[in-house]
Design a protein around this ligand. Structure first.
Ligand SMILES: CC(C)(COP(=O)(O)OP(=O)(O)OC[C@H]1O[C@@H](n2cnc3c(N)ncnc32)[C@H](O)[C@@H]1OP(=O)(O)O)[C@@H](O)C(=O)NCCC(=O)NCCS
Length: 180
């Protein structure tokens, strides 16, 4: 398999079950599959930013960016929360996850979004330009380790001044239940 064989594209209604299978196979429980279903039905969902990776017409990975909010003195700014992302175990370590993150960043920027935040492994996300959110004085009230909260500006200076991240209730609940 070469990178050229991976197609990354927006999800369609026909992909919903396959995306469930990707999440159920990549994670230990059902929480991520349930989260994706709930976000898809919510006001925070952005159809253009639910992307699948396909090899030979099979869905092997999925990434979802949905709306979150950065509270600051002048009011709230929309940002994007990256969660979850998954690659089927049999296809991991082949660059599919990286292709999904890169495509999501490019698409989000082209749609005019200002910034992305993610709770995850810094060793994985640093390669895409994500940095510790604390660098911008961004506070996150989720019960997660501070170094796991990372961000990237899609518009220069968008995060300067920092603020307090507010995740939609269903994402907050997800992190409460899944992150120790
Ligand atoms: C994390 C995940 C999406 C990466 O997908 P992938 O297609 O294997 O990613 P890539 O091949 O582009 O990159 C692999 C690199 O990511 C890094 N990586 C993968 N999983 C990692 C983890 N749990 N912690 C830290 N780094 C990790 C490693 O550096 C790895 O490099 P290697 O292949 O040389 O070992 C995939 O392993 C997965 O679905 N894991 C289970 C679900 C999950 O943890 N999702 C992320 C949190 S929402």
């Amino acid at each position: 398999m070469t990178m050229a064989d991976i197609i990354v594209r927006q999800e369609t209604a026909a992909d919903v079950r396959a995306i469930d299978v990707v999440n159920l196979s990549a994670f230990e429980g059902e929480a991520e599959a349930i989260l994706v279903t709930a976000l898809r039905q919510s006001e925070h969902y952005i159809p253009e930013l639910s992307l699948v990776a396909e090899i030979d017409n099979r869905i092997v990975g999925h990434i979802l960016l949905s709306r979150a909010y950065l509270g600051r003195p002048g009011g709230e700014m929309d940002v994007l929360a990256l969660a979850p992302m998954a690659v089927v175990p049999s296809q991991s370590h082949r660059g599919i996850g990286s292709a999904l993150v890169r495509a999501a960043i490019t698409k989000a920027a082209s749609l005019g979004h200002k910034a992305i935040v993610v709770v995850g492994h810094p060793e994985f996300y640093a390669r895409f330009g994500l940095e510790k959110a604390s660098k911008w004085d961004i506070r996150c009230l989720l019960p997660v380790p501070e170094e796991s909260v990372q961000a990237i500006e899609l518009a220069k200076g968008a995060l300067s001044g920092g603020g307090t991240l507010r995740y939609p209730a269903l994402l907050t609940e997800f992190f409460r239940q899944t992150v120790q």
